[in-house]
Design a binder for this molecule. Structure first.
Ligand code: FMN
Length: 309
């Protein structure tokens, strides 16, 4: 991603400090461009944070918690902080924490999300963020989404699900095939994975593909799932070993319905930018008065319907 002109972010939440250090070493062998490391404030240990700081990535990407606990240290080490929020209150806290960038993540996204959609959340976060640049996240899987994010006031986008369907993504081929076969409505909100694993992320819920795991347990109460958590977790582990993706949580956002093929991560970056440029240059100018005003007036005078906003 970084070599293609994006800013690649390594997910660190499930990596032990040694693994985090090894993975960042691999990234540095592959690129001299900026990259980021993501840690989840509500989940990560002091050891994970120490490993992250020792690596001094260009960007530290935080989520789910108060970024104030790391911003001073990050800045002293020369790292910028991108904090992901899901509410305007979270955005205000991120401003107070002194972060450098804010990601406004709408509930359309994959993984852990809040309750407000990207379309509604991004401009509201932009209003709170003031001078701090905002990137939009959630449901953005092609250049039309990028252009829409810019229209909402974002300076860029943070994309997850689209990068799952890439050669480089470290998920199974079966998961990638499931992504390509899934319409948007299959990416549902579910607390089942968090209940099974006893994860407590305040304000967060999960968005996953609705498979047999979700279908079998979605009607159960939270108390029932919690009571049977050990048994379900064992069944998930067994399914994973057997390669049965129907009983494994498959995180994905609603943009999944736009995925058509598995390509390289660099191709995704290039396509997002190229498609957005076409929308901005060719599609959107039609909707504002300008050089083409005469053409609209002519069309109107000749009795044709004129589409204007
Ligand atoms: C498989 C998957 C894993 C994710 N893991 C994390 C994570 O570890 N930390 C985090 O802050 N966000 C995580 N996210 C959320 C992303 O940072 C991002 O907000 C989201 O993917 C944007 O929505 P999209 O998936 O529609 O592009 C994850 C998303 C997915 C799909």
């Amino acid at each position: 991603v970084s070599n293609a002109g994006g800013l690649g972010i390594l997910g660190g939440v499930d990596r032990e400090p040694d693994e985090l250090i090894a993975e960042v070493g691999r990234i540095r062998a592959l690129t001299d461009r900026p990259f980021g490391v993501n840690l989840v404030l509500a989940k990560c240990s002091a050891e994970q944070w120490e490993a992250c700081f020792s690596l001094r990535p260009s960007l530290i990407n935080t989520s789910w918690g108060d970024a104030a606990v790391i911003t001073d240290r990050a800045h002293a080490l020369g790292c910028r902080v991108l904090h992901q929020v899901n509410t305007t209150a979270g955005a205000a806290a991120a401003v107070a924490a002194g972060v450098d960038l804010i990601a406004a993540q709408g509930s359309d996204g994959g993984g852990h999300v809040g309750s407000v959609s990207t379309l509604a959340l991004v401009p509201q976060v932009v209003d709170v963020a003031g001078e701090i640049p905002v990137v939009a996240a959630g449901g953005i899987a092609d250049g039309r989404g990028v252009a829409a994010a810019l229209a909402l006031g974002a300076e860029g986008v943070l994309v997850g699900t689209r990068f799952l369907a890439t050669f480089e993504a470290a998920i199974t081929d079966g998961w990638k095939a499931a992504l390509l076969a899934s319409p948007a409505e299959r990416a549902v909100i579910s607390d089942i994975p968090d209940l099974v694993w006893g994860t407590d992320w305040p304000g967060a819920t999960g968005r996953v593909l609705r498979n047999r795991l979700i279908a079998e347990w979605e009607a159960a109460t939270a108390a029932d799932v919690t009571e049977r958590a050990a048994e379900i977790a064992t069944a998930i582990d067994a399914a994973r070993v057997a390669g049965d993706l129907d009983f494994v949580p498959l995180w994905a956002g609603q943009g999944v319905g736009l995925l058509r093929e598995v390509v390289s991560a660099a191709e995704v970056v290039r396509a997002l930018v190229a498609e957005a440029e076409v929308v901005l240059r060719e599609r959107l100018p039609r909707f504002v008065p300008g050089d083409h005003e005469g053409a609209l007036a002519t069309a109107s005078a000749s009795g044709k319907a004129v589409n204007r906003v």
